[in-house]
Design a protein around this ligand. Structure first.
Ligand SMILES: O=C(O)c1ccccc1N[C@@H]1O[C@H](COP(=O)(O)O)[C@@H](O)[C@H]1O
Length: 220
C-alpha cells in the first residue's frame, strides 16, 4: 500500500529539488502573507513550472478573495488548491465551478471527536481532506505551527477516504502516525525545517524515506 508524501512551504529551487529528487508526490507553496513560508507570485510561478510533471503542485491559501485566487490561478496555475482557512462549502462549490480542472483540498482543524463532524460537509465537494491540528490560541495563522493532535481520533475512519494527515509530523514520528491512523498521505512543513520558513534538505530526505519505509512494511 502506498503512502503519498507532500512537502509544504517550499520557497527555493534547492529545497524544491531535494523534495522532487527524494520522490515527493506533492509539493506545496504557501500564499499567506503572515506566514514565514509565504511566496511571492513571481517566485511561485517559477517554482511551480519547475515542478510540473514531476509532482502535483499545491497552492495553500487561507480565505482568499476572488482577485487573489484569480491571480494565483492565472499566473501560478497549480494543480491543486489547498484551502486552509474557514472557507464555506458554498465557497468551495463556487471555486469548483470557476476552476473545474483544479483539485480542491480542504484542511480541517481537529482537536476532538466533534471536529470530525465537519467531514460530512466537505467530503463530496473536495478531492482531498487534510486533517491538521488546531492553531495555538491567538496565533496569526491557522497552520504550520508544528503541532500535532490526538491521532487516535482518526483510528476508526475509513482509510478509503484517502485523507491526508498533517500537523507536527517530522522524520521521527511520521512512521508511527501512519501506522496509527492508516492515513493514505502525509503532509509536513515545520518538521523539515531548521528555522521557521527555512527548509532543511536532509530533513526533507529523511521524512520521505521514513514515510516510504512504512509503505514497504505495509506491503509485506
Ligand atoms: O505553513 C504555514 O505557515 C501555514 C500557514 C497557514 C496555513 C497553513 C500553514 N501550514 C500548513 O499547516 C499544516 C501543518 O504544518 P506543520 O507541519 O505542523 O508545520 C501543513 O499542511 C502546512 O502546510
Amino acid at each position: 500500500m502506498s503512502v503519498e508524501v507532500k512537502i509544504c512551504g517550499l520557497s527555493t529551487l534547492k529545497t524544491l529539488d531535494a523534495a522532487l529528487d527524494a520522490g515527493a508526490d506533492y509539493v506545496g507553496f504557501v500564499f499567506f502573507e503572515k506566514s514565514p513560508r509565504n511566496v511571492e507570485i513571481d517566485r511561485a510561478t517559477t517554482l511551480v513550472a519547475h515542478a510540473k510533471g514531476s509532482a502535483t503542485t499545491v497552492a495553500l491559501v487561507v480565505d482568499p478573495d476572488w482577485p487573489r485566487l484569480d491571480e494565483i490561478m492565472g499566473k501560478v496555475a497549480p494543480d491543486a488548491l489547498q484551502f486552509h482557512g474557514s472557507e464555506s462549502p458554498d465557497f468551495l462549490r463556487q471555486v469548483h465551478a470557476r476552476y473545474p480542472d483544479t483539485e480542491i483540498w480542504k484542511a480541517l482543524p481537529i482537536a476532538s471527536q466533534d471536529d470530525l463532524g465537519q467531514l460530512a460537509l466537505y467530503l463530496s465537494l473536495t478531492d482531498r481532506i487534510l486533517f491538521d491540528a488546531k492553531p495555538p490560541k491567538g496565533a496569526d495563522r491557522p497552520g504550520g505551527h508544528g503541532r500535532s493532535f490526538d491521532w487516535s481520533l482518526l483510528r476508526d475512519l475509513d482509510p478509503e477516504l484517502g485523507f491526508m494527515l498533517s500537523g507536527g509530523l517530522d522524520p521521527d514520528n511520521v512512521a508511527d502516525a501512519i501506522r496509527m491512523t492508516h492515513a493514505m498521505a502525509v503532509d509536513v512543513s515545520s518538521g523539515v525545517e531548521s528555522a521557521p520558513g527555512v527548509k532543511d534538505t536532509d530533513k526533507i530526505r529523511a521524512f520521505i524515506a521514513a514515510a516510504r519505509a512504512v509503505r514497504r512494511e505495509r506491503a509485506l
